[in-house]
Design a protein around this ligand. Sequence first.
Ligand code: NDP
Ligand code: GDR
Length: 361
Amino acid sequence: MSKVALITGITGQDGAYLAEFLLGKGYTVHGIKRRSSLFNTDRIDHLYQDPHVENPRMILHYGDLTDSSSLVRTIQQVQPDEIYNLAAQSHVAVSFEEPEYTANSDALGALRILEAIRILGLENKTRFYQASTSELYGLVQQVPQTETTPFYPRSPYAVAKLYAYWITVNYREAYGVYACNGILFNHESPLRGETFVTRKITRALSRIKLGLQDCLYLGNLDAKRDWGHARDYVTMMWLMLQQEAPEDFVIATGVQYSVRDFVDAAAREAGIEIRWEGEGIEEKGYDGSGKCIVAVDPRYFRPAEVETLLGDSSKAREKLGWKPETSFDDLVAEMMREDLQSAARDELVKSHGYSAYNYHE
Ligand code: NDP
Ligand code: GDR
């Protein structure tokens, strides 16, 4: 009998990589997706199986982290061996605009799933993975950050994820649920949402290169992050649920770059050398011909910023035998390759007289 996994957030970046990974391991994969007025399964369409085929190995269910009824019903029906709770309102800046919804989905969503496991008497069967985050460290108290570094969340998103972190620990200690937190540092890929800074950069520079856009507007260029590849990180989610006893793990590369460094690296992939001039909100990046292609827009500053994050994943390296496979340069190159291709497609459409494409930041 193949193992059964249930993934919330299967339509997101990590959900897509994890679903592919688990299908490759022979799992039957169930996913929870939200109802949307448009199709929102682009990232997993290549994995989707027609429900009319016999014994499909990937099945989608409508549901929402804010709706206990859908969660309990799906978990009861699926009887999963493993649940990966990846669903979240995952954008830090948006969490300042929608704090209550973020708390409902990101904090209470985890509780609802853990309660469902208990209500359905699945404590001894179903293992639970919670997508925790380096944002918990926020205003960092120690460099680099490990599993024992104190938390200091700096956004409604991080505060909600703090609740989810502790309720996961609590259900492990109180009810013996096999429940783990993966404290993952930023991880990116060509599937990254377009409004996160890395993808915003690779997408915009590709379009600038092909004459589809003039300028890339960013917020805090000095913010530093520890960026890995999502493909590498989903392996570790699975590894965490294969141990004898449940534990929490930091997953990071241990290398840090600034947003400005990321812009430089991505521009180099497009054959552009950026010259920076000015400071603060006056800082601008110019291409070889002297055209301004990067500028700061304070609109993208956050009410409270996380300036610097750097992870130490020694515990995962030792206990799980895990290490990241993709370097920063390879990550940037892969993202640029994909975005240059999609900009080239847009350019082709435009050159044939169609203008039905939009640019949304
Ligand atoms: P994405 O934003 O790409 O995906 C989020 C997923 O959650 C999407 O499938 C989205 O659905 C779904 N979702 C959002 N709200 C709800 C809801 N109320 N009910 C059901 N589903 C919902 O995030 P990532 O894949 O990048 O991240 C996965 C998880 O890991 C998130 O919890 C994130 O907070 C966390 N994390 C991410 C890190 C990163 O660097 N990527 C680092 C550390 C933690 P839809 O497609 O309909 O929008
Ligand atoms: P983050 O990712 O907040 O770390 O959360 P994001 O890419 O949004 O920001 C990283 C840093 O870049 C700065 N920045 C900008 N960010 C965005 N989005 N847009 C801009 O124009 C811009 N300019 C500068 C930000 O201020 C920030 O310092 C991600 C999400 O995936 C979370 O769900 C996850 O928990 C954490 O990573 C780890």
